[in-house]
Design a protein around this ligand. Structure first.
Ligand code: FES
Ligand SMILES: [Fe+2]
Length: 350
């Protein structure tokens, strides 16, 4: 369910010491990104970073304030402040801001008619599937992902990983999650098997304005340390959707209607840092403790991380002639073309 929030967004300006070109930043600012898990947002203000912009996020009563982490009075960081009476309090002179970012109290002059321009630079946000999604420009050109039916179906158990920040670009990270030819090599110690190398390379591919989809079969292995070491689960059908630009939903189907769904949600912290929030849903193996399932997912996902953090150049080259592409790279090539068509330019991107 999507809960629209009227956060009276303002346009966040291009940040100082930005790791993106001005052109690329302005384009990337026009998108929804997954910033945080709603359950992690508490009364204590939290500092976060997106596209090199320092943000503060705090729960204020039933709502949230998400804003540039700068007090409009003298520029102190609001993330060092606190929450009182459903307001965010600046740690410098105690000015109080409500969930719209409007200053509602100046303690040194409590009778002062506060000017309307004493208002934080707030960020447009929505809560969907327990994640806080934000768009810095307030005018998103992409769409939030669709996680049906698993979010509404009580048969699916949900657990999460992150947010955690990886030392790699968002582009390299999401390309890994739409790359099906690496399973047999990167994941040899977990589910990949070399004999299946051609299976991940042959897939049905479609795309529309907001998504790309891939569909294929893959024969996996399940080593003894897997909490799902069931022979019947070796043959998997995979249906993957990329919600442009940086979120994927991968549904892995096994015989007898068993389904395991993985959502990877990436936010570009800076040009070479990506924040990951992974959400998992399973409609089977309910007897396996969640911590065992999570440990297994971490083992697999950190196999990906170990490779992505070493790729050069760190950002994906937008000149597609700079790297070589095989048939298996159809999805990543389409993804790069989508970025180029948006107007991103030069050697580097997110
Ligand atoms: S700098 Fe925030 S109240 Fe003065
Ligand atoms: Fe992988």
């Amino acid at each position: 369910m999507t809960i629209p929030v009227d956060s009276s967004p303002t346009t966040i300006p291009y940040p100082r010491e930005c790791t993106f070109s001005k052109n690329d930043w302005r384009i990337l600012a026009n998108m929804w990104y997954p910033l945080a898990l709603e359950s992690d947002i508490a009364d204590a203000p939290k500092k976060m970073k997106l596209l090199d912009v320092d943000l503060v996020i705090a729960r204020l009563g039933d709502g949230y304030v998400i804003a540039k982490d700068v007090c409009i009075h003298r520029g102190a960081p609001l993330s060092k402040g606190w929450v009182k009476d459903d307001c965010l309090v600046c740690p410098y002179h105690g000015y109080r801001y409500d969930s719209e970012g409007q200053c509602v109290l100046v303690p040194s002059h409590p009778e002062w008619k506060i000017p309307s321009k004493l208002k934080l630079q707030t960020v447009r946000h929505e809560i969907k599937y327990g994640l806080v999604w934000v768009c810095l420009s307030g005018d998103p050109i992409n769409q939030l992902p669709d996680w049906t039916p698993e979010e509404e179906d009580a048969n699916y158990r949900r657990f999460t990983l992150g947010p955690e920040t990886w030392d790699c670009s968002a582009g390299r990270t999401i390309e890994n999650f739409i790359d099906n030819a690496h399973f047999s090599f990167v994941h040899q110690s977990s589910f990949g098997q070399e004999e299946s190398a051609t299976m991940g390379a042959e897939y049905e591919f479609t795309q529309d304005e907001y998504t790309m989809t891939m569909e294929f079969d893959y024969k996996a292995t399940n080593p003894d340390d897997s909490p799902i070491a069931d022979v019947s689960q070796l043959d998997r059908h995979m249906h993957r959707t990329l919600f442009l630009p940086f979120s994927t939903r991968t549904a892995i189907s096994y015989p007898e209607g068993k389904e395991h769904i993985i959502h990877f949600n990436i936010a570009p912290v800076s040009a070479r840092k990506a924040q990951l929030i992974a959400v998992f849903h399973r409609n089977f193996d309910h007897h396996v403790p969640e911590e065992d399932l999570l440990a297994w997912e971490k083992k697999i996902i950190y196999e990906d991380k170990a490779i992505i953090e070493l790729q050069k150049p760190e950002e994906i080259p937008l000149d597609v002639a700079q790297e070589v592409h095989s048939k298996a790279d159809k999805a990543s090539l389409a993804f790069r073309r989508w970025l180029v068509n948006l107007g991103l330019e030069g050697e580097m991107s997110a």
